[in-house]
Design a protein. Sequence first.
Length: 411
Amino acid sequence: MKHHFVPVDFGNLMDSIRIADKRGGRIRFSDRRAVESFMADNGLEVSRFEELMRTHNLPMTTIISSGLMKGLYGYCIESKEAFVYFTSNQEFAPLRKYSEEICFDIALSYASEAREGVVLPLQAELEASGVSVYLLDVALAPNEPLWGIRFREGLFHSQFFVPILTEHYLARGGSAVELFDIARATVEHRGDEFFYPMIPVVRDASELPHQVFSARGAEAGRFDPQSFEWVRTHVFSVELSQGIPWLARFFTSLSLNAKGIRDSGFLECLKTHIDWIELCGGPNQRYAKFLIRNPALTYHHFLMYGNGGVKYYGMGEPSPAARRRSDIPDPSKAIQDWLSMKDPAPEPSSEEPRSGSAVKSWFCPNCHYKGAPTWKKPDHPERLRELGIVLRYKEGLAMCGNCGRTTMTER
């Protein structure tokens, strides 16, 4: 077996260590028996690891014993460097180098059965509307030795995690690990995010207990069942039955808002799902609460503020001051009127998009390519019009000259 010492994203590793500490997924080096067992099970050599640590001047080590980041790591807090040590005879591409910023709007997670019919069409719709998508395509590298780290790093630098929860999802070891790991991370970070950091897509919410969570494979069976129960009963999800264009509009709007660009599209998408509205606060401190039914328990509570921010508040029943949706003709308009919100003025006439050739500098957040884009006319311009999407440039879609994605942005 070949020995590898590969640099990994420092911020992602620190986040993973913190969460592993809370779930009991970390082996302390003071536990010599556990360390020796882990090294032997994974074909690692203590002497080789110590030599690599000295060569890279890394003073700290850790072992994460389970999940996406399972492995033996060396790192340095001062230099913000981190490496993973493993053995493999398989070929693999280097891990991506990330900056500290969010690089992707959405990370998609799926079982292979959903790839053709759901994941690739959704990815295409999102990227056509300017949403950057992280997708680890298992069909291209099914035996990737670094897939767990690669996915966790891409997800750590994404705004939203979107698992496609079909009956195959928990039956597959890889996707089950992704959901389990990120459910933990969602609990850790949900108070800092717009709306909610993890939003599953399900065929129908009523399928979750009988077709998704009952179809667990061996890998999922080893995890704490309470974590999966928490996802089933508490996490807000959207339904695939709404259609790919609806999902694309919903996630596009969330992505814009998360970047500080106010867009009421997500509220328009949800208005038929809102059951209760409560308009709260005084003239200078107004906020609105909207409640959406959870099929397993009670209601999801979301708080929306005058600056356009939305936070997930938790679960519970409506208060006596709440009004039923049936008593409000247009819930979206009622909320926006109460908060005195208006969407930003549209850009100049959609019939006269500006020229992209005048942009001096371009950057691709997907592969970090810097250079001029290639241009592509959209295959289905009528679908873009249905989604309310206006092309920014006369030339069409700005395609990355390196990875081919429609993720090029101006710098």
